[in-house]
Design a protein around this ligand. Structure first.
Ligand code: SF4
Length: 362
């Protein structure tokens, strides 16, 4: 086997910033995710891309559990699956006034969107569940506190059209992991069904939000597969979650990633997805004292407020952190950066030692 050429994250960033959006191909990303390069060097390269495209802007969003628990699907990480015995109980759908209350709270937390999330396989056409979510989306839209986003599982084109008419601007449907690992985590539906739902939303002109969960026992190649699949789908927002092992679920025994491993993964996703809004969601508590470094690793947003069934840092701490970092909010609907933007600051390479030293000029 021929020897692999050394990887240079900054050389990769140079190519990406020159317009080569997919410069980080699957083999390269697999090596990056596997830790072949120094995490700090990788983060510095990822941060050049983030700053070039997003400057000092970050996107904040929030979610509410509009139908908690009792889901018939068997996603191995999920506390809301009825296949697992967890602390989460099955509840009714929230009423329109309850989701409006949640959107007012999200606005107070500086979130520009509220995602209505249902623990359902999907919303079938002509179902009461679809009617309820159409009403919920309309209520959020009419209240005007935030944009109305949603994550409902599988929804047909007709169902999505009804939701869009009611005011839905963006659909979330995560791929969760790479295709090669998906069947190890989920058996009740297929990867292709998930991809088709995202395509349906795009065809209808909805913005799309799709990401996954890192740290479920997947290999580096699976993380790379996820990143490339999201790039191929050209989704708008990419939520990166880190596994929070919930007692009773299939993945309950998996240890959390370390903060540095999490930052390394975030930076890899930034190199894979230069223009997408990458926001950090569930599991970010595990970043601990390194939380502010998620932006230096390439994240361009974060979820604020509580997650569906797990806690988050306090909103006050998050907002104070952004203020101290000099970052400001960016709305979800803001245009995605074009690759024709001016290139990022040049990189100076010193070759006076064996290993190139890289320095970014400001
Ligand atoms: S479809 Fe969603 S709510 Fe249902 S088990 Fe899977 S992740 Fe949980």
């Amino acid at each position: 086997m021929s020897e692999l050429s050394p990887l240079s994250p900054h050389a990769l960033a140079d190519r990406i910033l020159a317009g080569e959006n997919d410069a980080a191909d699957l083999p390269t990303l697999t090596r990056l995710f596997a830790g072949e390069v120094d995490t700090w060097e990788l983060m510095a390269a990822a941060d050049r891309i983030r700053r070039s495209h997003f400057a000092d802007e970050v996107h904040l969003c929030s979610i509410v559990n509009a139908k908690q628990g009792g889901c018939p699907e068997d996603c191995g990480f999920c506390s809301q699956s009825k296949h697992f015995s967890t602390h989460v109980s099955a509840e009714r759908f929230l009423a329109p006034e309850e989701v409006v209350e949640a959107s007012a709270k999200a606005q107070a937390q500086h979130a520009s969107a509220l995602g209505l999330v249902t623990a359902t396989r999907g919303l079938e056409d002509d179902s009461v569940a679809l009617d309820k979510m159409v009403d919920g989306v309309r209520a959020v839209r009419d209240a005007g506190h935030t944009e109305a986003h949603g994550s409902f599982g599988f929804v047909s084109r007709d169902g999505l059209a009804r939701l869009k008419d009611a005011g839905l601007t963006e659909l979330n449907h995560n791929l969760e992991t790479g295709r090669g690992y998906f069947d190890s985590v989920v058996s009740s539906h297929s990867y292709d069904e998930r991809i088709q739902t995202i395509k349906n939303a795009k065809e209808l002109g909805l913005r799309t939000c799709s990401g996954g969960i890192v740290g479920m026992g997947e290999a580096p190649v699976h993380r790379a597969e996820l990143a490339v699949a999201l790039r191929d789908l050209d989704v708008d927002e990419v939520p990166i979650n880190f596994l929070v092992s919930i007692e009773g679920t299939k993945l309950e025994k998996i240890e959390p990633m370390t903060p540095l491993e999490m930052l390394h993964a975030i930076a890899c996703f930034r190199l894979a997805l230069p223009r997408q809004n990458i926001f950090i969601a569930a599991g970010r508590m595990h970043l601990g004292q390194l939380t502010p470094l998620m932006f230096a690793a390439g994240a361009s947003g974060m979820m604020v407020g509580d997650f569906l069934t797990t806690a988050n840092r306090s909103v006050e701490d998050d907002l104070r952190m952004l203020e101290q970092l000099g970052l400001r909010g960016r709305s979800c609907g803001a245009e995605r950066p074009e690759m024709s933007r001016p290139a990022a600051p040049p990189v100076v390479r010193s070759t006076d030692s064996g290993r190139p030293k890289l320095r970014v000029l400001n």
